[in-house]
Design a protein. Structure first.
Lengths: 337, 327, 279
């Protein structure tokens, strides 16, 4: 019996693994034209910018060394026709050559690489918070429809859905950092000393709330509607006819089906969340790519700005693939979408 | 003397809606003995499914609520029981089978888990024993290649196979009463016959009392011992199956039987013999609800509601025309 | 009659009604700004950092440069609403065009359009807006264009879905058999039927456009000649220790406006397509 059981389980998991690999491969192949699209949009933007390509890629005449200018001229083929310039631009990016940032005095890629982990940490913690809070609030509201709980969730969701995240962040700083002194005003670690895991988590709380509550509001609304919809389906009645309690039915039958639209939305919003974290970083002096972006934007350091756009898109694609895998795990009907 | 498995007396279920109260089940009485099959027939919207859900106490509340009557399960009235006590009855004492097997199963949970769930809820069995029991049940309901289906998801099975799974869940705890709500309606004709045969076999093996809800009188002739005909929430006729087909008394029953396609005839306009439609529950006529569609309706039918009479021993009918004939 | 029924359904939703009235109020004040506060709101008129209520002449206080908060708020409403409306109009124009063509013609055109939608969803939207603004220059109309460019995708998807559902209906086939050309069918036959849910979405895009604009201005990349609400929040952030109200007030204005627009969107959704509720 035991052998038979484990046999069945392993065939199931191996077929799932094959399906997962198929999905991964397909998504990676689809990512190529997507990235190409991002690069082309970048290229178009560079051409729209005042000044020529060379000015843009050298961050507005900050390069005066004629040898370097000559090198860039050759790399991007500035005397070539436009299409060839595009090809050379793509070629350079393929070799991870995003240009050189003279403000940081390092290659653009390296400058971005420094800030990326902090941004990803903020993104991840905000998504986790948004998902956990939003889903639980939606479940509570849907199981207690038209009660005080439901109203509280709806009103809170309405407010957090309307409040600009940067403003919410500032207001939380005023309350929790300045007035109450419970949490740090900004940064990622206490200056001098600090830097331990707990210290970082301590610094992470406010930025995570500021960024995550907006999405929590969205997920709470979607989750509530989705729970109510699924609760109407036939299989819920079947489960009740089996003698399972309301709570059991909600947790083991309704919840998992109701999560699907929330996961879909999460996938669509990855780009927005990344962009939002960049704003929150500015509010909390979080040392991610946000500060680099603003510095580059205000100094018209185009190569860095464009590099962040390309790498940001790459992060979004990767996050989307992760979301797809979660979706597939939740819904066995989807083999490959 | 052992108690009758299921005895329903004067059951009343009302829908409380914004547009007023609607009597969805209006004084239904019926009893089902061990090993007996009682068919509950009528057009859709006449209260059959709501009667079944009332017995299971699975009504959507609001708007539906049981306002009177009793449902005796092996002698015990379950209407006053609270939700907690009902959890021990649903799935254990009464099993239920639904119309559309594809949507009656959770699409994201494996077959095995869905069956094991009911087993574990009502017995002390652990995860692995429940799995073994699920396997056993699948074989009992004639699932081909049962061992391999355990880890399948509903979308990987055909409609007939899904219905076998639903049946397996319903009989998992050897209930004394089985309610089958249109169990074959959503299935292909050939599969219908297989599922009917399966139900009959399982019933005979366990001596279950079965309520069989359907609008298909062809199926009734094959499965039922007795038939209860419902119209607009009320029982209008009850008889042994042979008597009913031989001589339907109520004009509505006669219409239903006339409307049942003879084998070989084309399906389709099934109710050609009964003009009109089932009235909306909030717009019931004052007297007999069937009067507006009835060819034998008299002045009295539009004024008063006929109550059930016994024209012949062993039969019940609620119709003034029939009562007048007999007198 | 039909119109009255719509109005009745809309006003039955109390939230939507309140939202609509408040937005009306904000709009009227914004339009009347030059009459209410004829002088340049960015001029110093009193002592700096006056708290709200401290001096009746400045009911909402003054900022760090002694400028009247209320005057700035009222003038800022013009910029904020204007950008929100035009950006939403731009997004609707792009979204409806792309969605209609993709949904009507299907095939490779649809495939290409959906890939484009996916592409624009992949690029982190605000970073894209900042990039466009910084490359093209921080002017009002560049900001509108940039927000429009990142906001059209949901409208395109919705329009496409409506067109897919409508393009094979009898009335469309009748037009086709009468020899009507695709542009005529799209604009005159299908579009009017596809529009209600799109209108709902557009009203929500106004709200998100306002949030976008406020973020851009907050980061100091807005049009330097315009004091929109986002910029007021940004200007006040250096002073949160002493005068946090400078940040709080314009932020509340943004939140209330966005909240009202969302309520209106919900109300329109209920009134225009009762069947699509919760979608």
């Amino acid at each position: 019996m035991a052998g038979q059981l484990s046999g069945a389980v392993s065939t199931r998991s191996s077929s799932r693994r094959a399906a997962t690999l198929r999905l991964l491969r397909r998504r990676l192949i689809q990512a190529v034209p997507l990235m190409l699209g991002v690069v082309v949009i970048n290229f178009v933007l560079i051409h729209l910018a005042p000044g020529n390509f060379l000015d843009v890629m050298t961050a507005e005449n900050q390069v005066s060394d004629p040898a370097t200018v000559e090198l860039l001229r050759r790399t991007y083929g500035l005397d070539d026709p436009t299409w060839l310039q595009l090809v050379k631009y793509v070629w350079a990016l393929l070799h991870l050559d995003f240009g050189f940032s003279y403000r940081q005095n390092m290659p653009v890629l390296q400058a971005i690489w420094v800030g990326l982990p902090a941004t990803l940490l903020l993104m991840l913690s905000s998504i986790t918070l948004a998902f956990a809070v939003g889903v639980s609030a939606g479940v509570v509201a849907s199981t207690k429809v038209r009660t005080l709980w439901d109203t509280v969730v709806s009103v809170a969701a309405m407010f957090f859905f309307a409040a600009p995240s940067f403003w919410l962040g500032i207001m939380m700083i005023v309350l929790f950092a300045v007035k109450l002194g419970w949490l740090p005003v900004g940064g990622m670690a206490t200056i001098g000393g600090g830097g331990g895991l707990l210290d970082i988590l301590h610094h992470l709380i406010l930025p995570t709330l500021a960024l995550g509550l907006f999405y929590a509001a969205i997920y709470a609304r979607v989750m509530r509607a989705s729970m109510l919809e699924v609760a109407q389906l036939d299989f819920v009645r079947t489960a009740r006819a089996k003698g399972l309690s309301r709570t059991r039915v909600t947790l083991s039958h309704v919840l998992r089906n109701a999560l699907l639209p929330v996961v879909t939305i999460l996938g669509v919003q990855m780009g927005t969340i990344l962009a939002g974290s960049v704003v929150i970083e500015s509010v909390f002096s979080w040392p991610g790519i946000g500060s680099l972006l603003f510095d580059s934007v205000s100094s018209r350091n185009y190569p860095v700005v464009l590099g962040i756009m390309v790498l940001g898109s790459l992060v979004v694609i990767a996050a989307n693939i992760a979301v797809d895998l979660v979706y597939m795990w939740l819904d066995p009907r989807i083999e490959i979408r | 003397m052992t108690a009758i498995p299921l005895e329903v007396r004067d059951l009343r279920t009302t829908l409380f809606t914004r547009r007023g109260e609607m009597k969805a089940v209006d004084g239904l009485s019926l009893s089902v003995g061990a090993g007996e099959t009682v068919a509950l027939v009528g057009e859709s919207g006449c209260g059959k499914s709501l009667s079944a859900l009332s017995i299971m106490r699975l009504l959507p509340d609001p708007p539906a609520r049981i306002v009177g009557g009793e449902v005796k399960l092996n002698g015990q009235d379950i209407v006053p029981l609270d939700e907690e006590a009902m959890l021990d009855i649903r799935g254990k004492e009464i099993g239920m089978i639904f119309q559309d097997p594809m949507s009656a199963l959770n699409p994201v949970v494996t077959i095995e888990k869905q069956i094991a769930e009911v087993v574990m809820a009502h017995s002390g069995l652990g995860r692995f024993q429940a799995r073994a029991r699920a396997h056993e049940l699948l074989e009992q309901v004639g699932m081909p290649d049962a061992g391999r289906r355990l880890d399948a998801y509903p979308h990987q099975l055909s409609g007939g196979m899904c219905q076998r799974v639903v049946i397996a869940m319903a009989i998992a705890c050897r209930p004394s009463v089985l309610i089958a709500d249109e169990p074959t309606t959503a299935l292909d004709v050939t599969v219908q016959a297989q599922v009917l045969a399966l139900l009959k076999r399982l019933q005979a093996e366990a001596g279950m009392a079965m309520i069989f809800i359907t609008h298909d009188l062809g199926v009734v002739a094959e499965t039922a011992d007795r038939v209860v005909v419902m119209y607009a929430g009320r029982k209008v006729e009850e008889a042994a199956v042979d008597d009913l087909f031989e001589e339907p008394l109520h004009p509505y029953t006669a219409g239903l039987i006339g409307a049942t396609p003879v084998p070989g005839a084309t399906r389709g306009d099934r109710l050609a013999d009964i003009p009109g439609m089932v009235p909306a529950l909030n717009a019931l006529p004052g007297g007999c609800a069937f009067a507006p569609r009835c060819s034998r309706a008299m002045e009295r039918c539009r004024r008063e509601k006929p109550s059930l009479t016994v024209p012949v021993a062993g039969r019940l009918v609620a119709c003034f025309a029939v009562a007048g004939e007999a007198a | 009659m039909e119109r009255f029924a719509f109005l009745r359904r809309f006003t039955r939703n109390r939230g939507a009604l309140i939202g609509a009235l408040l937005i009306l109020l904000v709009t009227v004040t914004a339009l009347a700004a030059p009459l209410l506060f004829p002088t340049d709101p960015l001029r110093m008129v009193g002592p700096p950092e006056l708290w709200p209520g401290e001096d009746p002449a400045f009911p909402l206080g003054t900022d760090s440069l002694g400028r009247d908060m209320l005057a700035m708020l009222v003038h800022g409403a013009r910029a904020t609403l204007l950008i929100g409306l035009f950006a939403s109009a731009m997004a609707t124009l792009i979204g409806v065009s792309v969605g209609a063509i993709a949904g009507y013609f299907g095939g490779w055109i649809d495939e290409a359009a959906m890939r484009a939608v996916e592409l624009f969803q992949t690029i982190p939207n605000l970073i894209f807006v900042l990039t466009i603004v910084v490359i093209l220059g921080s002017t009002l109309h560049n900001i509108v264009i940039a927000i429009g460019i990142v906001s059209w995708t949901p409208i395109a998807r919705m329009t496409r879905a409506e067109f897919l559902a409508l393009r094979d209906r009898e009335f469309v086939q009748a037009c086709r058999s009468m020899g009507m050309h695709a542009p005529g069918i799209i604009v005159r036959e299908i579009l009017p039927n596809a529009l209600p849910p799109v209108i709902v979405l557009s009203s929500l895009v106004v709200a998100s456009a306002i949030l976008f604009e406020s973020a851009v201005s907050f980061l100091g990349l807005g049009d330097p000649n315009v004091a929109s609400w986002g910029r007021l929040v940004g200007d006040g952030r250096q002073l949160i220790r002493s005068s946090w109200y400078i940040c709080a007030i314009p932020g509340i204005a943004i939140m209330v406006t966005v909240l009202c627009l969302n309520l209106i969107g919900d109300g329109l959704n209920d009134a225009l397509n009762p069947k699509l509720r919760d979608r």
